[in-house]
Design a protein around this ligand. Structure first.
Ligand SMILES: Cc1cc2nc3c(=O)[nH]c(=O)nc-3n(C[C@H](O)[C@H](O)[C@H](O)COP(=O)(O)OP(=O)(O)OC[C@H]3O[C@@H](n4cnc5c(N)ncnc54)[C@H](O)[C@@H]3O)c2cc1C
Length: 448
């Protein structure tokens, strides 16, 4: 069925009107996409405009008769690209499996996870989602369906992993699962007084844990600049449950996250005072040092407990700024933290993480270094020029920005951050010479 819809990403900025078509895989080859082309859309959790196509077609793929197939012996899943991590986890956790990589929300699709080559708290050990994909099926611009992987048409595979939907429509994928004993993680929480203490703690201890991430306060300056709460964990074993959460042994693999409380539309953006107060309370409530278990959802997807939390930022929406700079550029990281704090517009959710090795994906975002993520309300006076200054610092230090989060950068900034961009374009043009696949982001960043 066709439907004209005004679409945005999760940040709710830069809406554009497209014809949304719900299409079965067998119809993809015949689909008339007109002059503006078409782009696949998952659950719209990318923050900016990669899953929009103003004036053109946006594709939602209909599920097949058998959307999820688990091979327990091989420890793999073969899944329709439109299946969400939420659905998948409900199927696999009770059988002792977890996804190899999960971002901070389970409301994303497998197709979106591959197209953005998502990372999670375990990037320093597990790398990106694409690293665990054994093969994927993709419908190309000429209507042919190809099964590609790290050894079958590897160039097309690595252009598709992280390729933001611009090489074709992914219809199905097979990937490795992670075996788990329980539905909890054993998590060590540590409060750290400042940025130096955080950098030292993460550099020393991350390798001892599968997962590591720090919540960083970007509203405090002076001696407490960069004060943080560091959380590091591993999947809890049955022995861990016996020691730390014996009641959980009654149903060690149960997984049934509750329904969401929703945020009503909010007219105004949170004030700076509210942000500072929230951060102060958040920091004080964290224990100085604590070891205990957390549920999978509590540890990996805490924001999913609140539906539509993106409405907190008022009618104009918000941007999520995420960059990575190499480890040698810790001074640039510090300078950006100082500037963001001085600017005073960052919101409550700011996260610092150490990335591991680069993926084979030509446009994949992670590479070894520090990645910082913060939210900022859209429409704040001077925001564009402030972010443009940060952009220069990031690429000047050899860093780059995450396409799945981006809503403001320019073609020059992306080109500077992604040295394999021309190789990617060459592969893309070889499979889509007439621009059948296109998105608002692709036009904005000159990716076509
Ligand atoms: C609360 C929150 C936390 C997040 N945390 C993280 C995180 O920790 N790490 C991280 O890496 N990301 C994170 N993200 C970003 C999110 O994981 C990615 O944007 C992901 O791509 C969203 O998936 P989606 O299914 O919603 O795709 P959409 O947002 O709908 O689309 C994203 C891209 O995928 C493409 N795409 C979707 N389906 C297909 C398909 N079948 N074939 C081809 N291309 C397709 C689209 O064309 C588009 O380019 C977070 C987002 C939110 C809202």
């Amino acid at each position: 069925m066709d439907d004209q819809q005004l679409l945005t990403g999760w940040g709710r900025t830069a809406a554009s009107l497209a014809t949304v078509k719900s299409v079965g895989v067998e119809q993809l080859a015949e689909l008339d996409v007109g002059a503006r082309g078409a782009i696949a859309r998952g659950l719209g959790r990318a923050y900016g405009d990669p899953a929009q196509n103003g004036g053109g077609i946006v594709i939602r793929i209909k599920p097949s008769a058998n959307p999820v197939w688990i091979d327990s012996r091989a420890g793999t899943a073969t899944v329709d690209a439109g299946v969400s991590f939420d659905e998948l986890l409900r199927r696999i956790v009770p059988h002792g499996f977890f996804v190899p990589v999960t971002p901070g929300t389970r409301f994303i699709t497998v197709g979106g996870a591959i197209a953005s080559d998502v990372h999670g708290k375990g990037h320093h050990t597990d790398l990106t989602f694409g690293h665990h994909v054994r093969s994927l099926d993709i419908v190309l611009a000429d209507g042919t369906e190809h099964t590609v992987g790290p050894t079958a048409e590897p160039d097309l595979f690595w252009a598709t992993v992280g390729g933001m939907g611009l090489t074709g429509v992914i219809t199905r994928a097979t990937f490795d699962l992670l075996r788990i004993e329980t539905n909890r993680c054993l998590v060590e929480t540590q409060r750290l007084a400042d940025l130096d203490a955080l950098i030292a703690a993460m550099s020393d201890g991350d390798a001892d844990h599968r997962y590591s991430v720090a919540w960083i306060d970007l509203a405090t300056k002076g001696p407490t600049l960069g004060r943080s709460i560091l959380e590091r964990g591993d999947h809890a074993t049955l022995d861990d449950l016996a020691e730390y959460a014996p009641k959980a042994l009654r149903d060690p693999l149960g997984f049934a996250p509750g329904s969401l409380a929703s945020v009503p539309p909010v007219p105004n953006v949170m004030s700076r005072l509210a942000v500072r107060t929230f951060n102060e309370l958040w920091f004080r409530k964290a224990p100085k040092q604590h070891l205990g278990t957390q549920t999978l959802t509590g540890f990996f997807h805490p924001l999913d407990a609140i539906g539509d939390w993106n409405r907190f930022y008022g009618a104009r929406g918000f941007l999520q700024y995420q960059f990575v700079v190499p480890f040698e550029a810790a001074d640039t990281l510090r300078e950006i933290v100082e500037r963001v704090v001085a600017n005073g517009n960052a919101s409550v959710i700011s996260v610092l993480k150490r990335f591991g090795a680069e993926s084979g994906g030509l446009l994949s975002f992670p590479k070894p270094g520090w990645t910082l993520t913060f939210d900022v309300a859209a429409g704040v006076p001077g925001l564009g020029s402030f972010l443009a200054e940060l952009d220069q610092l990031v690429v000047g230090a050899g860093g780059r920005h995450y396409l799945a989060k981006d809503a403001h950068t320019t073609p020059d900034i992306i080109r500077a951050g992604y040295p394999r961009l021309d190789d990617w374009k060459t592969i893309r043009r070889s499979v889509d010479p007439h621009g059948r696949w296109a998105s608002d982001q692709a036009r904005r960043l000159d990716l076509l």
